[in-house]
Design a protein around this ligand. Sequence first.
Ligand code: G3I
Length: 373
Amino acid sequence: MRSPMAFKKECLIAGLIIGLIIGCMLSFIVMGREVDELRNQVSRLRAEIEQLRGVVPPLRTLAEKHGIHIGAAVEANLLRIKEYAEILSREFNVLTTENALKFERVHPERNVYSFSEADAIISFAEANGMRVRGHTLVWHNQLPEWVTRGNYSREEWISILRDHITTVVSRYRGRVYAWDVVNEAVDEDGSLRKTVWLQNIGPEYIELAFKWAHEADPQALLFYNDYGAEGLGVKSDAVYNLVKSLVEKGVPIHGVGLQMHVSTEYYPAPQDIAANIKRLSDLGLEIHVTEMDVRLRLPAKPADLVRQAEIYRDVLMVCLSSEKCTAFVMWGFTDRYSWIPGFFSGYGSALIFDENYDPKPAYYYILKSLMSR
Ligand code: G3I
């Protein structure tokens, strides 16, 4: 066991080295040298970083010292890949189920549940001392046909949703520490999204979902999760008003998830994210950054990789400066497996490790931010 002084000293040394490295990378970019030369330089620096592995702590160790969790969304089938599993367990202390707990995966037929993928992720997390965020109980996407094509009475819709939530949450009671109970219920214009749940149950489906989840696991932290509501604006006002009304009614909601799918072309101003986090935390709610990625136009240029790193750093720094922001989760960690290229044509390179599992500038900026206080 190292003494706190020794640890501090190591952090300081590592901080200086990393500062130097990033400085070198930046000056290379500023000097506008050839891309090949930059690549060689980056490879050499990476090799040096690898040698420093024993000195530079992994992200999760540093995050723990700030009292936050740092993590990534994962798919169960990828846990069998050695490099994927090694980086995950080394760097992160919270995992989110990217698709494994979505309605169509976990509850494909009315009387059939399929838990094997979620079980694998949760067992992996437990074996590696990580927490799990369960994503997601109520959403309008990735629903099975027996739900989307069903012709049920309102009572049946209520009973379908209640059974789903109760079964899934009860199974993982005490093992999933936070749930995205309701996902993306607010539309771009601030109105409630016209989902099957709204249309068949009515707006009270939201509070019912939180109530059933709380009954199934009273210790779990229950979140409302959405995109495009990270900074200030019509949608984030609507999300704020929604969760405020839930809190005022005594609905068991404990937090808000800010998804943070952004790009170097569009991202909310850090001061707006800070103001939003402040007003949400004034309601007594916790904040998790739940799905961060920063997509780039491909092929990614060195300057874009640095800009991307700055955006990751800025969001993390805003989170670290609020006591109520307690998790920083990315939507994956390696560009080898990311939803972006499949959904945004011409874009990719959105995560902090590249397709070969090498850390990108964003990784070092995050590391440096976590070392900075
Ligand atoms: O698993 C099937 C496979 O069997 C089939 O052959 C293949 C053919 O298309 O599809 C596979 O399923 C895909 C699945 O991802 C797993 O890769 C679905 O088509 C695809 O639609 C699905 O996309 C997911 C997307 O949500 C659906 O909206 C992404 O992986 C997932 O990252 C993404 O996550 C969402 C969050 O849940 C909520 N916030 C936004 C975020 C990004 O869209």
